[in-house]
Design a protein around this ligand. Structure first.
Ligand SMILES: Cc1ncc(COP(=O)(O)O)c(C=O)c1O
Length: 322
């Protein structure tokens, strides 16, 4: 395949078949093998293109701004450099420093917020700052992954379609919830084209997305401290909340057992399947938004985990607790 745009440097439809995790194979859709190393390449590409078409973004006139915990910023910075747009990414103290450096390498500006919001996270603070900056400068356009339905449309048109094309009669689809763009896009697609597929959302314990009380969370990827506007429970059949301990155990277990280094959100999704859906039948698909290579100093550092009260059995050689 020959491509001529950096945002087309991706592998669309790759599934890793995990045998023996539960009674049936789990088909893990790998989204970390593209130029931005995460599923956010699809979100960024689609949202930018839609708003270019609507002329909300005009070269030489518009500056793009986004709130990101890392992956959206990386993906947008890559595309904005190629297209020649100015980009400002608002991140926070939890954002991986390697992600900040990569965003800067691609020429975007980074603002790191330090103050927590009322739910003890940073998302509310990031959003408040963007509103303030937009009030002061009308040339900003916000790629707003929390409120703009185009975030879900991106996955309705790509991720969901790719699963549907590759695997027939999916019985269960497990999707992690951050902004809920992936979840809502896939859930809407499957309710329309395969209504018998059960859609299971996976969130972190302590996230407020599905109206739970906020609690301290350390592992990045899933969960919010500010409910995203695009979430709609009507399309979801079940929600499973996973804590940091179970996520870390699953990441290390998958690495030891399969040699596959997964990101934290993938660990949460697989933990939800293992702990709550061990005996299901039929075809099971789960989405893996990124790989674990960006988390060497967090999820894959025993010291980092232990400082946060997360202890792995057998010093990292992880057997799952029954
Ligand atoms: C690693 C990772 N996993 C999961 C998600 C959640 O995806 P979504 O925002 O579509 O809910 C994100 C979002 O940034 C992410 O970066």
């Amino acid at each position: 395949m020959i491509v001529s745009s950096v945002s087309d440097l991706l592998s669309c439809s790759l599934f890793y078949q995990l045998e023996d995790l539960i009674t049936v194979p789990v088909y893990l859709k790998i989204e970390g093998l593209n130029i931005a190393n995460s599923i956010k390449l699809k979100t960024s590409k689609h949202m930018l293109e839609v708003h270019e078409k609507k002329q909300n973004i005009v070269k030489g006139k518009t500056k793009i701004i986004c709130s990101t915990s890392g992956n959206l910023g990386i993906a947008l910075s890559i595309i904005c450099k190629a297209k020649g747009y100015d980009l400002i990414c608002v991140v926070d103290l939890n954002t991986n420093l390697a992600a900040v450096d990569l965003i800067k390498l691609y020429g975007a500006k980074v603002i790191i917020v330090q103050e927590k919001d009322i739910n003890g996270g940073f998302l509310g603070t990031r959003i408040k700052l963007i509103h303030k900056m937009m009030d002061q400068d009308k040339t900003f356009f916000w790629i707003n992954q929390y409120e703009d339905q185009e975030n879900a449309v991106a996955h309705y048109k790509t991720t969901a379609q790719e699963i549907y094309d590759e695997i027939s009669d999916v019985a269960y689809l497990f999707v992690g919830a951050g902004t809920t763009g992936t979840l809502m896009g896939c859930a809407r697609f499957f309710k329309e084209y395969s209504p018998e597929t059960r859609i299971v959302a996976v969130d972190s314990k302590g996230s407020v997305t599905f109206s739970q009380s906020p609690k301290r969370r350390y592992i990045p990827g899933l969960g919010t401290s500010h409910r995203p506007g695009i979430v709609n429970e009507r399309y979801i059949d079940d929600i499973v909340w996973v804590d940091d301990q179970s996520t870390a155990e699953m990441c290390h277990y998958i690495f030891d057992r399969y040699g596959l280094c997964i990101g934290g959100s993938t660990g949460s999704v697989l933990s939800a399947i293992y702990n709550k859906y061990k005996n299901i039948c039929g075809k099971v698909v789960a989405i893996s938004p990124d790989l674990g290579h960006s988390y060497l100093k967090s999820i894959y550092s025993l010291e980092w985990l232990e400082e946060r009260g997360i202890f792995l059995p057998h010093s990292g050689k992880c057997n799952l607790r029954a």
